[in-house]
Design a protein around this ligand. Sequence first.
Ligand SMILES: [Zn+2]
Ligand SMILES: [Zn+2]
Length: 180
Amino acid sequence: MKVTSDHAPQVSTVAKPSTDWRSHLRAAHIRVTSQRLAVLSILESHPHSSAGEIIASVNAGDRENLTTQGAYVILQQLEQYGLVRRVSLPDSSSVRWETRVADNHHHVQCVVCGRVEDVDCVVGHAPCLTPSDTHDMEIFEAQVVFRGLCKSCKARIGSGEIRKDDLPYLLQEELSDIAT
Ligand SMILES: [Zn+2]
Ligand SMILES: [Zn+2]
């Protein structure tokens, strides 16, 4: 069987956002467009989505036709104005995005299914950690990624539904202690 570390694009309908994104866009002096609003709403209700997931969700309604290039332009603009943040994780093949930008939170990710959850900063502010050697750099942020195995993947390995032998070798090594 094929095990990928990313979910197939999940199509989710645009839920009514609790944040007034129109005001946020206006405050950032970005023109309010239905596509920008749709991207922000999707990310608010489905944090850590990839561009592919965002596109699938935005286009699930028949009113929008968001292209891949269009999505990247929008995401980069929103990032530039501090409305979204990109998250690069070792067990995700694509960059993920989120609207939770105002804190120095971290992430925990299942190495098998790729599920991502937020973890609050232990210290409460950036940088969360002090490096043993800064190499003459002023440190402003530390990003921590906790890599783990989620309950359901552990159960699926336990029941043989996911064969450990089918996982990448390095992953088998990492999991050898926990999933037996
Ligand atoms: Zn999992
Ligand atoms: Zn996050």
